[in-house]
Design a protein around this ligand. Structure first.
Ligand code: ADP
Ligand code: TRP
Length: 336
C-alpha cells in the first residue's frame, strides 16, 4: 500500500527552540516510520525577512544538525534544502496566478511582518504562503506537521490546491496541518508575551543549543504570580505554558504532584511553590536538552556527513517534485 505523504519545513533564521521541537520536530521523528516523509530547510523563505545571507549557510547546516540530533533519520526520509529543488519555484509561479492580492494582504503573518519590517515589504513576503503551498503540493503531501501559527497558511494551501484542481483538473490532494493528539501546539515565550521564536524575544525562549546554566537562568525568571486565589482555578496562560513544558519533559508523577498542589491552593493557602516548580522544570529540561545539544555539536562539525545528507535529500526530493511538475504542465497544457 502507498504510504501517505508528509511534508514540513523550518526556516534557517536562527537557533531552534522548544516551540520548534514540540510544535514540529517531535512529530517529524514519530512520523518517519509510518509515512513517506519529506522535510526541508526553507532557505528561500528566509530571504523574505533575512536578506543578509552571511549567516545563512551556517544556519542551514545547524538546522540539519539539530533535526538529526533530535532523531530525524535522513535514510528514512528525504531531508533537503529548498533551493536545491528548483521544481518548487516553477510550481510557485503557477500558483501565483491563482492567489489574489487581497487574500495575501489579509494573512496574519504578512500583517505581522509589515509591522516588524516596514522598510522591506517585498513581494516575496506577500506571496510567502504561495511558496509554502508550492513546497507542500510539489510532493502532493496530505499531512503537514506544524505548530498552531501555521494553520492559516495550510488553509491557504488548500484553497490554492482547490483552485488549481478546479481550473486544470485534479492533480493535488488537500493538505492539512497535523499534530499527534489533534490540537496544534503553541509554546509561549517564558514571559507570557507571544510565542517562543527563533529571532524575537530570545531571553524568554529556550534554544536546543542553550547551556545548562542558561536554561536554569531563563526558567528561574519565567513569569509566575502569587498563586491561585481559589481552589481549582483556571490557570493563566503563562502558568499553563509552564505546566505544558513540565508535561513534555518531566515524569507523570511529578506533573501530578504540582497539578494537585495548584488545584489545592487558594488565597491565603498557597500550596504550590513556583520556586520549587521552576527548579524541577529547569533540571528536567536540562536532562532533555543537553543530549540533543551535544549530538548537534558533533553533527554540525562533520561537514562530510552534512554534505551527504544534503545531496541525498535533494536527489530524493527532485524525483518526486519532477513527477508532480510533469503532471502540472500536462494539466495546464504547457506541453509543446
Ligand atoms: P520560528 O517561528 O521560530 O522562526 P519557524 O517559522 O521556522 O520558526 O517554524 C518552524 C516550525 O516550528 C513550524 O512548524 C512552526 O509552526 C513551529 N513553531 C515555531 N514556533 C513555535 C511555537 N512557539 N510553538 C509551537 N510551534 C512552533
Ligand atoms: N512557514 C513555515 C514557518 O514559518 C516554514 C515553512 C515553509 C513550511 N514551507 C513550509 C512549513 C511547508 C510546512 C510546510 O514555520
Amino acid at each position: 500500500m502507498n504510504k501517505e505523504v508528509v511534508l514540513s519545513g523550518i526556516r534557517p533564521t536562527g537557533f531552534l527552540h522548544l516551540g520548534n521541537y514540540f510544535g514540529a520536530m517531535r512529530n517529524y521523528v514519530r512520523m518517519q516510520d509510518e509515512y513517506n516523509c519529506y522535510f526541508f530547510v526553507a532557505n528561500w523563505h528566509s530571504l523574505t525577512t533575512h536578506p543578509d545571507t552571511k549567516a545563512l549557510h551556517a544556519a542551514v547546516n545547524r538546522v540539519i544538525a539539530e533535526n538529526v540530533a533530535c532523531g530525524l533519520d535522513p535514510e528514512k526520509v528525504a531531508f533537503y534544502v529548498q533551493s536545491d529543488v528548483p521544481e518548487i519555484a516553477e510550481l510557485y509561479l503557477y500558483l501565483n496566478m491563482l492567489a489574489y492580492k487581497g487574500e495575501l494582504e489579509k494573512t496574519a503573518t504578512f500583517k505581522d511582518k509589515v509591522r516588524l519590517q516596514p522598510e522591506n515589504v517585498n513581494a516575496g513576503l506577500l506571496t510567502y504562503p504561495v511558496l509554502q503551498a508550492a513546497d507542500i503540493l510539489i510532493h502532493r503531501a496530505v499531512k503537514v506537521p506544524v505548530g498552531k501559527d501555521q494553520e492559516q497558511h495550510l488553509e491557504m494551501a488548500r484553497n490554492f490546491a482547490q483552485r488549481f484542481n478546479h481550473r486544470y483538473g485534479t492533480v493535488f490532494p488537500e493538505p492539512y496541518a497535523f499534530n499527534y493528539g489533534g490540537e496544534l501546539v503553541k509554546i509561549l515565550s517564558l514571559d507570557g508575551n507571544g510565542k517562543m521564536s527563533k529571532s524575537e524575544n530570545q531571553l524568554n525562549t529556550i534554544y536546543l543549543a542553550d547551556s545548562d546554566e542558561l536554561i536554569r537562568k531563563k526558567i528561574m525568571k519565567a513569569k509566575t504570580d502569587q498563586g491561585p486565589l481559589e481552589t481549582n482555578s483556571v490557570k493563566p496562560e503563562y502558568i499553563d505554558n509552564l505546566f505544558t513544558l513540565l508535561k513534555l519533559v518531566s515524569q507523570p508523577d511529578v506533573v501530578k504532584n504540582f497539578e494537585d498542589d495548584f488545584n489545592a491552593s487558594s488565597e491565603g493557602n498557597c500550596i504550590i511553590r513556583y520556586g520549587d516548580f521552576k527548579k524541577q522544570l529547569a533540571e528536567d529540561m536540562i536532562q532533555f536538552v543537553a543530549p540533543i545539544r551535544e549530538k548537534a555539536i558533533a553533527i554540525e562539525s562533520d561537514k562530510v556527513l552534512l554534505a551527504k545528507i544534503i545531496k541525498t535529500g535533494a536527489e530524493k526530493a527532485r524525483v518526486s517534485a519532477a513527477a508532480t511538475l510533469s503532471e502540472v504542465r500536462n494539466a495546464i497544457g504547457l506541453v509543446y
